[in-house]
Design a protein. Structure first.
Lengths: 160, 461
């Protein structure tokens, strides 16, 4: 094929334009995000659940040597369920991968709070809110549901 | 530990994160760049159409692939899995986390077969439990001296309309009905669809219905035409050929209902994306809270109805954009009779594949793993038939940023392939390259609309 073929020049120009556009638009911190490895797979399933006891706080941090925090952190997501629906609509929160997450659910019925993907469960009853604390090791979008009622109450987005 | 699956919102424990804005702009920019290259660099005479007939495989391969033995074996496998889905769905544990039926239908069958048919041709044609059962019944009838002649010939104007309706019904079950992952719902839907299929086969003949009326065979058949393996029929003789990828989509396809089928294909995936946007979730939530009832059935019915409106609107928008683009192409050549509406229909097939890859690739990879442990315990009774029951899916097998790149790459690639097919068709219809090019401005706008629309849906989680 003739190297001077205008079509080839056009294609080459397009490829260069596509690469330049990618380099220009791509955020610089993307490399860091890409290096978080599949460690999440093994640790992601081991988050702990506790049914709210006042003083009890369970937080596993990502750094292996981390000591459990003493102060009770403000919940990442707090939902109140009344009459079969979350007050104020679906609760949503976005965290970075590796961040500690605390979900507190207060409901007027007895049910089970279920965090999908992490597959964490905690019982909830009227006057006894459920508290689920874990480390967001697995990236993605996750539904939080009242299992018995099949009620979608919150969504957690874990950004890589 | 087995990850539990939400019953309420289909299957899949990990959802895709929205594509970041910078990648959205990149995808849109890349689509524009490749479009202009396509306008300038593509061939002036049809290339795909010339290669449509392909090269036949050697005679022994024809005998194996088209022979009765393969049909019997594949049909038995297909029918066996069909019975498994019916039994597990109807009698197994009531949970999509342990019962194989929902995962098998929505993931293994519906998503898993897609790459297979694109690479190896429409294998579903021989796996189809409906066709296999009908063939077996006809054979048995023949031996007993009973024949079941079709009540009438398959009407030409019916074309792919029944298949489009079947696909739409499947989308309603999967995307509109809030309990779509319920094993009972799956079993019931399979039973109803089987009944409809066998009635269709009894009325119009099993081959004719299988070819144009049965939604899944039409679906996998159209997708397989992207790939290199196909079956060419000439003078009643079928030949398996290997051909240039995409050439199976070249030339005219005049079967009625093709546009309808393809727009349902595209529109349903678009609605799946749209129904996950914050906007739609909140609207649905508003409506649901206004019609608070104690009846689960009634509230499910309301949700289904609202989603149905959304699904229908998505299909109508996709179809409307397409018809508008063809009208634009027609106006560009100043001849009303120069183009038929379905002349560029097949260029939608790669776009539909791209939408499916972008939306379901991660679901196939993540949820597909669940089939591995479920097959050891399909009913969820605690069996371990093949020793895989304790297999733990790796939910971090693909990272969200890898999913994003696959999604954007799929949409931009589908965009290019759609343009290539439309272009090949245009230079085949119009002798003058200038006229062909003028029609392609409209097609280019169409493809950009589909691609940017698809990217927008992916970036608005």
């Amino acid at each position: 094929m003739n190297p001077r073929d205008p079509r080839l020049l056009l294609i080459a120009g397009g490829v260069i334009a596509a690469i330049v556009l990618f380099l220009v638009l791509r955020p610089s911190d993307d490399e860091d995000a890409a290096t978080t490895d599949t460690v999440a797979a093994s640790t992601g399933m081991q988050g702990e659940t506790t049914t709210a006891a006042e003083s009890e706080t369970t937080t596993n941090d990502t750094t292996p040597a981390a000591t459990p925090t003493v102060a009770e952190p403000a919940p990442t997501i707090a939902v109140t369920v009344r009459d079969g629906e979350p007050v104020g609509g679906l609760a949503r929160a976005t965290v970075k991968q590796g961040d500690p997450v605390t979900i507190v659910v207060d409901a007027d019925t007895a049910d089970e709070v279920h965090v999908h993907g992490y597959d964490l469960k905690a019982n909830v009853a009227p006057g006894k809110p459920a508290r689920v604390a874990f480390s967001a090791t697995l990236a993605g979008g996750f539904e939080i549901e009242l299992e018995e009622a099949g009620l979608h109450i919150a969504e957690l987005a874990v950004q890589p | 530990m087995i990850p539990s699956l939400p019953l309420a919102h289909g299957i899949g424990a990990v959802r895709d994160l929205p594509v970041p804005m910078w990648l959205f702009y990149y995808g849109a920019g890349a689509a524009l760049i490749v479009s202009f290259i396509a306008l300038g660099a593509l061939w002036k005479k049809p290339v795909l159409e010339r290669h449509r007939d392909g090269r036949p495989l050697p005679p022994w391969a024809q005998r194996v692939l088209l022979g009765p033995e393969l049909r019997i074996v594949a049909g038995a496998v297909g029918f066996g899995l069909f019975v498994l889905v019916l039994l597990t769905g109807a009698f197994g544990e009531y949970s999509s986390a342990t019962n194989i039926a929902p995962t098998f239908v929505y993931v293994v069958f519906w998503l898993g077969l897609v790459p297979v048919v694109v690479l190896f041709g429409n294998v579903f044609s021989v796996l189809s439990p409906w066709k296999a059962a009908a063939d077996a019944a006809a054979w048995l009838g023949g031996r007993l001296g009973v024949s079941f002649p079709a009540a009438s010939r398959y009407p030409e104007r019916l074309g792919r309309w029944p298949a489009a309706l079947g696909l739409f019904a499947f989308a309603v079950l999967e995307l509109c009905y809030p309990n779509s992952a319920s094993p009972r719902a799956v079993a019931l839907a399979v039973a109803v669809y089987s009944w409809a299929t066998w009635v269709g086969m009894a009325l119009y003949g099993r081959e004719a219905w299988h070819r144009s009326g049965e939604a899944f065979n039409v679906y996998f058949g159209l997708l397989s035409r992207i790939g290199p393996v196909g079956v060419v029929e000439r003078d009643g003789r079928r030949t398996v050929v290997v051909r240039m990828p995409l050439s199976g989509l070249a030339g005219a396809d005049r079967i009625a209902g093709t546009i309808a089928f393809l727009t349902v294909m595209l529109g349903s995936v678009a609605f799946d994306g749209f129904s996950r946007t914050t906007w739609w979730v909140d609207r649905l939530f508003d409506i649901e809270s206004k019609v608070v009832t104690d009846s689960v059935l009634l509230s499910d019915l309301v949700t289904t109805a609202v989603n149905l409106v959304g699904l229908f609107a998505a299909v109508a928008v996709v179809a409307g954009i397409y018809l508008l683009a063809v009208a634009g192409a027609r106006a560009a050549v100043h001849r009303r009779d120069a183009l038929r509406n379905d002349d560029f229909a097949l260029s939608l097939v790669p776009i539909a594949l791209a939408y499916a890859v972008a939306h379901y690739f991660s679901l196939l990879v993540l949820q597909g793993q669940a089939a591995w442990f479920m097959i050891s315990d399909p009913f969820g009774y605690g069996w371990d038939l093949f020793g895989t029951a304790t297999f733990e899916p790796n939910l971090a097998a693909i990272k969200p940023n890898q999913v994003w790149y696959v999604q954007v790459a799929a949409l931009v690639t589908g965009h290019v392939l759609g343009l290539v097919i439309a272009h090949d068709r245009a230079v085949s219809i119009f002798r003058s390259p200038g006229a062909a090019l003028r029609t392609q401005y409209a097609m280019l706008v169409l493809m950009v609309a589909y691609t940017v629309g698809g990217l927008w849906l992916l970036s608005n989680g």
